[in-house]
Structures are given as structure tokens and as C-alpha cells.
Write a protein that binds this ligand. Structure first.
Ligand code: SF4
Ligand code: SF4
Length: 371
């Protein structure tokens, strides 16, 4: 795809969003993964035959993508699990490219081969994002719980980087790799012209598995550790400070109404799980908020189902008097989807996210008073 076409497509973006068109969508083409990361919110074993049998076929996925493109979508993210575990990945990828979509790929890079590099060089993705769990075999494999995965990751990443493809590197900041955080940042910046971002907020499992959720909680940094990491990252602080006045609404609140959704979920994008469940965003799994695309159409989901979900309301005083009115909500990971994953209720309280938001606000306010 030429740069000119990409620029034209991005100019279209604003117009499409104004019309409530599904501009972009995520396809979780498998929940299976070759790794078994401690913090992972989705993974199932690579050889899980029941999980594999429940996955949409390439034809079903491409039919959904074709409908999305017909409704105005221009950008699609292929994610998982590990997308490259699917034997029909190349067929799927080429099908999406033939639809004229910009395609991004999230991969752990362990399964990258010269054949995939040839495919991507011939039909370039918009970008490929790879997560760096650690920069030593000990740390990387402590997190992935797969012996040999560090060597596979490095081989795959080197293949991608040496091919000139657009690769972005990112990290999860968690207890098991906190001691390597700076080294991970240096590793990423050295390989990607300074691009690096990290995410310290670990989501709970989509399947609600209690034992796995305990593992994820055990990997979460404290609010103070998160604020300290952000404080030490000049780029991040600058970005937060730039938006400070919209992120912290001093003395004001969102007021008015009891709607649950105040984010952009379902306004310009959607997610589809590997078994065909449509959601307004990837984290939204609450009962009544998913739509089975094997039984209905994407147009019905988008035009009829999404407005119903976005109209959901809460009458819980605990919500209406706290998060609904909170001046820090834009600094916070609270939202109906995460509240449901954390508490089983879309209007539930999330004390950990609350503490993180307050630590971040204190950091921003402190930085502002020094400038
Ligand atoms: S590599 Fe990604 S999808 Fe696989 S287990 Fe780790 S976090 Fe999950
Ligand atoms: S969890 Fe706390 S900081 Fe976040 S929106 Fe609710 S009250 Fe505000």
C-alpha cells in the first residue's frame, strides 16, 4: 500500500468518525499462545484442541472484515493470543490486504520465520508491535514460562528488524521485570529509533479464571511504583503534562445522567473474539454486552446492538457519587469493562485503579507546581 493512499485514508478517518462508522476493528484470531505469560489476560495452551475448534474459520473472519470494510472500516488489528499460531495466518492476512485494509499485527515474535518476513515485505503491514518481557533469558522466561522462548523471541525480532519492516516495541511493567525496566527501555529505543512505550496496568482475565487472576494481581506494581516509573520517563511526563488540564478536571465533575459509558467504546471501533463474539472494546465481556456474529450480522451489531449497550445506566449510589463524578476519571483505568473484570459489576468500585489514578494525579500536580 502506498504512502499516498495511507494519507488519504487517514484524512478519511475524521470524517468517518463523525458519522459513527466503524473506522477500525480488532480481530483476536486465536486465544491460544506458545507462551504462558504470568500476566496474560487471554492465553490458552497452544495445543488446546477445544479452543482451536471454537475459532472462526478464515472465511468467517474475512466475511466479517469484508462487512466492516463495506461499512467504512479502514484499519484492522490482528491480535491474539499469538496470531501466528494459526496455520491459515497467511491466507487471512492476504485476505485482509485484498480488502484494502491497513493491517497491524501484535505478535510475541517467537514464531516469525523468513517466510513470514517475505510475506510482510511483499504486502507490508501498517506496523508490527512486539512486547519485550525482559532482556535476559532469565527474566523473559520467568514471565513467559516457556524454556527457549527468549532465544525464539530474539531470532524473530532480529528477522523483523533486519527486514526494514515497521516494528514498534513495548513492554508491560510488572514485578517480575521491574528490575530490568531501564534495560528494557534502552533495548527498545536502540532498535526502534527511540520508540518505546510501557503499560503498567495489568488487566484481569477475560475468562475470569480466579487462579490466573491471582497471578496477575501478584504481578501488579504498587501505585507508588507506577507513579515513580512514569515520573522517570520524560516523554511520558511531557505527554501527560500536555494533556493535564483535560486529564484532571479540577473542581469540576462529569455530572449529569447515570450512563455507564463515557468513553469511545463502540463509537468508531469494535472487537471480535476468536469465536465470533462482537464487543464494543476488547475488555468488555459483561453479560449482555457481547453479540454473537455467528448468529447475526455485523451491521445489526453495529447499528442496533451498540446503541443499546451504550445506553446502559447505573442507579448505584456507590457509582454515581464516586467514579461517575470523579475529576480523575481520565487518569484512571476505571471504566465499565474493567470494573466488570475486577468486580463482576460494570458499576463496581476498583480501589487499585483508584489508588493508581491518585498517585498519577499527585505526580502531575507536583510536576506542575515545580514548573
Ligand atoms: S505472549 Fe502475549 S498472548 Fe502469549 S501468553 Fe504472553 S501476553 Fe499472552
Ligand atoms: S476509581 Fe477512583 S480515580 Fe478512578 S474514576 Fe473511580 S473514583 Fe475516580
Amino acid at each position: 500500500m502506498s504512502t499516498t493512499i495511507e494519507i488519504q485514508q487517514f484524512k478519511l478517518w475524521d470524517k468517518l468518525q463523525a458519522k459513527r462508522v466503524p473506522v477500525s476493528f480488532d480481530l483476536e484470531i486465536t486465544a491460544r499462545c506458545n507462551n504462558d505469560c504470568r500476566h496474560c489476560y487471554i492465553n490458552l495452551p497452544a495445543g488446546d484442541s477445544a479452543a482451536q475448534a471454537s475459532e472462526l474459520t478464515a472465511a468467517q473472519i474475512l466475511a466479517i472484515a469484508s462487512d466492516a470494510a463495506g461499512m467504512g472500516a479502514i484499519w484492522c488489528l490482528l491480535t491474539g493470543g499469538e496470531p501466528l499460531l494459526r496455520e491459515d495466518f497467511a491466507e487471512l492476512y492476504l485476505g485482509l490486504k485484498r480488502l484494502g485494509l491497513l493491517v497491524s499485527l501484535f505478535t510475541n515474535a517467537c514464531l516469525i520465520t523468513p517466510a513470514y518476513v517475505d510475506l510482510f515485505q511483499k504486502y507490508p503491514p501498517r506496523d508490527i508491535e512486539v512486547t519485550v518481557y525482559g532482556v535476559t533469558p532469565e527474566t523473559y522466561e520467568h514471565i513467559t514460562r516457556r524454556p527457549g522462548s527468549y532465544g525464539a523471541f530474539m531470532r524473530g525480532l532480529d528477522l523483523l528488524l533486519s527486514s526494514g519492516l515497521k516494528v514498534r516495541l513495548k513492554a508491560m511493567a510488572m514485578r517480575s521485570n521491574l528490575h530490568e525496566h531501564e534495560a528494557i527501555a534502552d533495548f527498545c529505543r536502540a532498535r526502534t529509533k527511540d520508540f518505546f512505550r510501557f503499560d503498567p496496568q495489568l488487566h484481569l482475565r477475560f475468562d475470569g479464571d480466579p487462579a490466573r487472576n491471582d497471578e496477575i494481581r501478584a504481578e501488579r506494581l504498587t501505585p507508588e511504583q507506577i507513579a515513580a516509573l512514569e515520573c522517570a520517563d520524560d516523554e511520558r511526563v511531557a505527554a501527560l503534562q500536555k494533556c493535564r488540564d483535560t486529564l484532571i478536571r479540577d473542581g469540576s465533575n462529569h455530572g449529569g445522567g447515570n450512563h455507564l459509558f463515557h468513553c469511545g467504546a463502540g463509537e468508531g471501533s469494535f472487537s471480535v473474539s476468536c469465536d465470533g463474539r462482537f464487543r464494543l472494546c476488547s475488555s468488555l465481556w459483561a453479560p449482555g454486552t457481547t453479540y454473537d456474529l455467528r448468529a447475526g450480522t455485523l451491521r445489526e451489531a453495529w447499528e442496533q446492538f451498540v446503541p443499546q449497550v451504550r445506553d446502559l445506566r447505573s442507579n448505584s449510589p456507590g457509582y454515581l457519587e464516586t467514579c461517575r463524578r470523579c475529576e480523575l476519571v481520565d487518569l484512571c483505568l476505571w471504566c465499565p469493562a474493567h470494573a466488570h473484570l475486577e468486580t463482576g459489576m460494570m458499576d463496581g468500585a476498583t480501589p487499585y485503579f483508584c489508588a493508581v489514578a491518585h498517585a498519577r494525579a499527585a505526580l502531575l500536580k507536583g510536576k506542575r507546581s515545580k514548573t
